[in-house]
Design a protein around this ligand. Sequence first.
Ligand code: ADP
Ligand code: MG
Length: 471
Amino acid sequence: MELGENVPAAQEPQDQAHGSIHDEGDWAKIEESLRKSIGSDAFQRWFGAASWGGASNGQGTVIVPGEIHQVWIETNYLPELLFAAGQAQEGLHKISIVVAETEATGESPTTITLPQVRKEMPGEMLDKRAAAAGLNPGYTFDNFVVGGNSQFAHAACEAVATKRSVGYNPLFIHGGSGLGKTHLMHAIGREILRRRPDCRVIYLTCEKFTNEFIEAIRKGEIEKFRRRYRSSDVLLIDDVQFLAGKERSQEEFFHTFNTLLDGRNQVVLTSDRPACEIKSIEPRLISRFECGLAVELQAPQIETRIAILHKKTAEWKVSIDESVLLFLADKIRSNVRRLEGALVRVATFASLAGESVSVQKVEYLLRDFIQEEASRQVTVDGIQRAVAETFDLRLADMISRRRPASIAFPRQIAMYLSRSLTHNSLVEIGECFGGRDHGTVIHACKKVASEIDKQPGLRERIERIEQQLRR
Ligand code: ADP
Ligand code: MG
């Protein structure tokens, strides 16, 4: 994949005659420039293990160790990379990011090591072990539909589950309710058990962790509690936002967490919001949550919603008319659990009635779902109006090409809000803002996110617009 056009992601041989970057010095220059433009931390994380694959005819290749690096660099750092490469080597105008064919064998300092693969666990035994670990057999990578909304999170989860050594620790999966966080977490646990039968995997909700902790104190069995959780190889804790306001549980969790991380054991966490937005939680715990990799699950786009419905109907062996599936995918957008619930209702009705159901019938059957869904939706248009009103601008300024900061910045705020409050893709949002491209929307989101930390009162101002929109 690359910037500009599609070419096969193959590695070009170095072509000295066409001015390739062939010496270490040029790649070092690119690295130096990238480090400055994106910061050392991001550089180390995303380019630390990258290497130069050569260049020819103005096109360079960067080799990265995994799909997750590829997706992340393409989404976030392609312009910076291209700029840096262009400076090191004149005439370079395209970059492809390709995944190395063989897995890197050298261990980085942040790697964690899980027990060696012996042999895959046979199916029946796997089911037993998975159940003992608290895992739901229905949540696997096979039946998780990957879309643009989940591509990065999915790649991170697969990396944690399939590689013996990865540096994503903890892996922090966040996103709204019903978007597949728990599903992916169970899939990680199951896949690890399948590949490494010796692994001690434990899944539990944060609520259960807290309740067991209180119970252990009450019964004087705190040592047993600690031994159980601190000796796991992989600890999967769901919905950590539940720790908010529970000081003693936070303290216990903090130490469990540190013990596991120090022993290089894998921790995976989920939360319904980013770590920094969990209120009433100790800063030291938040910084622990943030020290690995955070990935977000967003609401799926229409194509993914349709693919999910197809997958579920195939799984349940029910046949529902395509027009009905399209109707459901169109009406229920914000939550896959609700989409699934709607499909169950339709499938049950169809099987009881013994006939195929029409769209009109479904509209009636699901009137409560549909009404609730409509009332939750914030639109880009609504955001543009609210922002224009707050900043005393004309609605037309939201789509105009005018650039004075007094107009451009509120416009960026409107893009930022569109990204976080609607289900539109970057491209769709760009279109609603006078046909801007998706890069402009990404830039706007980054700019607003960084200004929120710098400009006093900006966060509150944006929150007020959000509240107004949700009313
Ligand atoms: P969360 O933990 O984010 O609230 P869950 O993981 O419980 O959400 O998902 C809710 C339901 O939707 C589950 O039944 C799950 O299997 C299903 N689901 C969510 N995302 C997907 C997906 N991408 N593909 C298939 N099923 C999904
Ligand atoms: Mg969940």
